[in-house]
Design a protein around this ligand. Sequence first.
Ligand code: HEC
Length: 149
Amino acid sequence: MRHCLGLAVLAALAAAGPGCSPGRYSASGLHLPMDGNVERGKAAFVELGCNSCHKVDGVDLPGPTVVPPVPVRLGGQTSRRVSDGYLITAMFSPNYHLAPHEKGEIATGGQSRMPAFTEKMTVRQMVDIVAFMQSRYTVRRFTPNYTFE
Ligand code: HEC
Protein backbone atom coordinates (compact mmCIF):
# COMPACT_ATOMS: atom_id res chain seq x y z
CA MET A 1 0.00 0.00 0.00
CA ARG A 2 2.80 2.36 0.99
CA HIS A 3 4.54 1.50 -2.23
CA CYS A 4 1.41 2.30 -4.23
CA LEU A 5 1.09 5.67 -2.59
CA GLY A 6 4.69 6.45 -3.52
CA LEU A 7 3.99 5.56 -7.12
CA ALA A 8 0.86 7.70 -7.15
CA VAL A 9 2.85 10.67 -5.86
CA LEU A 10 5.53 10.10 -8.50
CA ALA A 11 2.90 9.85 -11.23
CA ALA A 12 1.28 13.09 -10.04
CA LEU A 13 4.66 14.84 -10.07
CA ALA A 14 5.42 13.56 -13.55
CA ALA A 15 2.06 14.80 -14.78
CA ALA A 16 2.58 18.21 -13.18
CA GLY A 17 6.12 18.45 -14.56
CA PRO A 18 5.49 19.99 -17.96
CA GLY A 19 2.99 22.40 -16.40
CA CYS A 20 5.66 23.72 -14.04
CA SER A 21 8.33 24.42 -16.65
CA PRO A 22 7.80 27.85 -18.16
CA GLY A 23 6.48 27.34 -21.66
CA ARG A 24 7.01 29.50 -24.72
CA TYR A 25 4.28 31.92 -23.71
CA SER A 26 5.38 32.34 -20.09
CA ALA A 27 6.74 35.73 -19.09
CA SER A 28 8.89 34.21 -16.34
CA GLY A 29 12.15 34.61 -18.29
CA LEU A 30 11.42 38.19 -19.32
CA HIS A 31 13.75 40.77 -17.81
CA LEU A 32 14.08 44.23 -19.28
CA PRO A 33 17.40 46.06 -19.04
CA MET A 34 17.65 47.89 -15.71
CA ASP A 35 18.42 51.26 -17.33
CA GLY A 36 14.81 52.26 -18.02
CA ASN A 37 14.53 55.99 -17.43
CA VAL A 38 11.33 57.46 -16.00
CA GLU A 39 11.81 60.96 -17.49
CA ARG A 40 12.62 59.64 -20.97
CA GLY A 41 9.67 57.29 -20.64
CA LYS A 42 7.35 60.16 -19.81
CA ALA A 43 8.60 62.06 -22.89
CA ALA A 44 8.14 58.99 -25.12
CA PHE A 45 4.65 58.48 -23.67
CA VAL A 46 3.67 61.94 -24.91
CA GLU A 47 5.62 61.64 -28.17
CA LEU A 48 3.70 58.45 -29.06
CA GLY A 49 0.38 60.01 -28.09
CA CYS A 50 -0.45 57.65 -25.21
CA ASN A 51 -1.76 60.66 -23.29
CA SER A 52 -4.40 61.27 -25.97
CA CYS A 53 -6.24 58.33 -24.38
CA HIS A 54 -4.74 57.78 -20.92
CA LYS A 55 -4.42 59.80 -17.77
CA VAL A 56 -1.51 58.75 -15.60
CA ASP A 57 -1.94 58.84 -11.86
CA GLY A 58 -0.09 61.76 -10.27
CA VAL A 59 1.35 63.07 -13.56
CA ASP A 60 0.17 66.24 -15.21
CA LEU A 61 0.15 65.62 -18.97
CA PRO A 62 -1.81 67.31 -21.74
CA GLY A 63 -4.99 65.48 -22.76
CA PRO A 64 -6.71 63.06 -22.93
CA THR A 65 -8.47 64.15 -26.11
CA VAL A 66 -10.19 61.09 -27.60
CA VAL A 67 -13.96 60.98 -27.83
CA PRO A 68 -15.53 59.06 -26.25
CA PRO A 69 -12.95 59.13 -23.45
CA VAL A 70 -11.00 55.99 -22.54
CA PRO A 71 -11.69 55.15 -18.88
CA VAL A 72 -8.34 53.38 -18.38
CA ARG A 73 -6.16 55.40 -16.05
CA LEU A 74 -2.61 54.13 -15.75
CA GLY A 75 -0.77 53.92 -12.44
CA GLY A 76 -2.37 54.39 -9.04
CA GLN A 77 -3.03 51.85 -6.34
CA THR A 78 -3.22 48.16 -7.14
CA SER A 79 -3.57 45.14 -4.89
CA ARG A 80 -0.90 43.20 -6.84
CA ARG A 81 2.37 44.26 -8.47
CA VAL A 82 1.81 44.91 -12.18
CA SER A 83 4.41 42.92 -14.14
CA ASP A 84 6.53 44.29 -16.99
CA GLY A 85 5.15 41.42 -19.07
CA TYR A 86 1.59 42.62 -18.50
CA LEU A 87 2.43 46.18 -19.56
CA ILE A 88 4.39 45.05 -22.61
CA THR A 89 1.57 42.75 -23.69
CA ALA A 90 -0.89 45.64 -23.33
CA MET A 91 1.23 47.78 -25.70
CA PHE A 92 1.96 45.22 -28.41
CA SER A 93 -0.97 42.86 -28.21
CA PRO A 94 -3.81 44.93 -26.76
CA ASN A 95 -6.45 42.31 -27.53
CA TYR A 96 -4.69 39.60 -25.54
CA HIS A 97 -6.26 40.73 -22.29
CA LEU A 98 -8.46 43.75 -22.12
CA ALA A 99 -8.11 46.00 -19.07
CA PRO A 100 -10.75 45.30 -16.40
CA HIS A 101 -13.35 47.81 -17.57
CA GLU A 102 -16.76 47.90 -19.17
CA LYS A 103 -16.20 46.32 -22.63
CA GLY A 104 -18.34 48.91 -24.40
CA GLU A 105 -16.01 51.72 -23.29
CA ILE A 106 -12.70 50.11 -24.18
CA ALA A 107 -13.43 47.96 -27.23
CA THR A 108 -15.29 48.25 -30.51
CA GLY A 109 -16.48 45.09 -32.22
CA GLY A 110 -14.60 43.06 -29.61
CA GLN A 111 -11.28 44.75 -30.52
CA SER A 112 -9.39 47.00 -28.11
CA ARG A 113 -9.58 50.68 -28.95
CA MET A 114 -5.86 50.81 -28.28
CA PRO A 115 -3.69 50.42 -31.38
CA ALA A 116 -0.79 47.94 -31.21
CA PHE A 117 2.48 49.89 -31.01
CA THR A 118 4.56 47.16 -32.65
CA GLU A 119 5.61 49.30 -35.63
CA LYS A 120 5.80 52.64 -33.84
CA MET A 121 7.79 52.06 -30.67
CA THR A 122 11.50 51.44 -30.41
CA VAL A 123 12.83 49.02 -27.82
CA ARG A 124 14.48 51.98 -26.06
CA GLN A 125 11.08 53.70 -25.80
CA MET A 126 9.47 50.48 -24.55
CA VAL A 127 12.03 50.06 -21.77
CA ASP A 128 11.65 53.70 -20.72
CA ILE A 129 7.84 53.74 -20.95
CA VAL A 130 7.65 50.60 -18.80
CA ALA A 131 9.94 52.31 -16.24
CA PHE A 132 7.68 55.38 -16.34
CA MET A 133 4.46 53.40 -15.90
CA GLN A 134 5.94 51.20 -13.16
CA SER A 135 6.97 54.32 -11.24
CA ARG A 136 3.30 55.35 -11.06
CA TYR A 137 1.86 52.14 -9.54
CA THR A 138 1.74 51.59 -5.80
CA VAL A 139 0.90 48.24 -4.30
CA ARG A 140 -1.46 48.30 -1.36
CA ARG A 141 -1.80 45.08 0.54
CA PHE A 142 -4.85 43.92 2.38
CA THR A 143 -4.32 43.55 6.13
CA PRO A 144 -5.78 40.43 7.78
CA ASN A 145 -8.93 42.32 8.76
CA TYR A 146 -9.58 43.16 5.10
CA THR A 147 -8.72 46.82 5.22
CA PHE A 148 -5.88 48.40 3.27
CA GLU A 149 -2.57 49.10 5.00
C1 HEC B 1 -6.65 55.34 -28.98
C2 HEC B 1 -6.57 55.26 -27.55
C3 HEC B 1 -5.34 54.68 -26.91
C4 HEC B 1 -4.01 55.02 -27.11
C5 HEC B 1 -3.45 56.04 -28.08
C6 HEC B 1 -3.26 54.23 -26.15
N1 HEC B 1 -4.08 53.44 -25.43
FE1 HEC B 1 -3.55 52.18 -23.93
N2 HEC B 1 -5.44 51.52 -23.79
C7 HEC B 1 -6.52 52.01 -24.51
C8 HEC B 1 -7.71 51.25 -24.18
C9 HEC B 1 -9.09 51.45 -24.78
C10 HEC B 1 -7.30 50.29 -23.23
C11 HEC B 1 -8.19 49.22 -22.59
C12 HEC B 1 -8.31 48.02 -23.50
C13 HEC B 1 -7.08 47.19 -23.48
O1 HEC B 1 -6.70 46.70 -22.40
O2 HEC B 1 -6.47 47.04 -24.55
C14 HEC B 1 -5.88 50.48 -23.00
C15 HEC B 1 -5.12 49.76 -22.11
C16 HEC B 1 -3.80 50.03 -21.80
C17 HEC B 1 -3.03 49.34 -20.78
C18 HEC B 1 -3.55 48.24 -19.85
C19 HEC B 1 -4.03 48.90 -18.58
C20 HEC B 1 -4.64 47.96 -17.56
O3 HEC B 1 -4.96 48.48 -16.47
O4 HEC B 1 -4.85 46.78 -17.83
C21 HEC B 1 -1.78 49.88 -20.80
C22 HEC B 1 -0.62 49.50 -19.89
C23 HEC B 1 -1.76 50.89 -21.83
N3 HEC B 1 -3.00 50.95 -22.41
C24 HEC B 1 -0.66 51.66 -22.14
C25 HEC B 1 -0.61 52.52 -23.23
C26 HEC B 1 0.61 53.15 -23.70
C27 HEC B 1 1.96 53.04 -23.04
C28 HEC B 1 0.27 53.86 -24.81
C29 HEC B 1 1.17 54.62 -25.73
C30 HEC B 1 2.35 53.92 -26.23
C31 HEC B 1 -1.16 53.70 -25.03
N4 HEC B 1 -1.65 52.86 -24.05
C32 HEC B 1 -1.88 54.31 -26.03
C33 HEC B 1 -6.50 53.06 -25.41
C34 HEC B 1 -5.36 53.66 -25.87
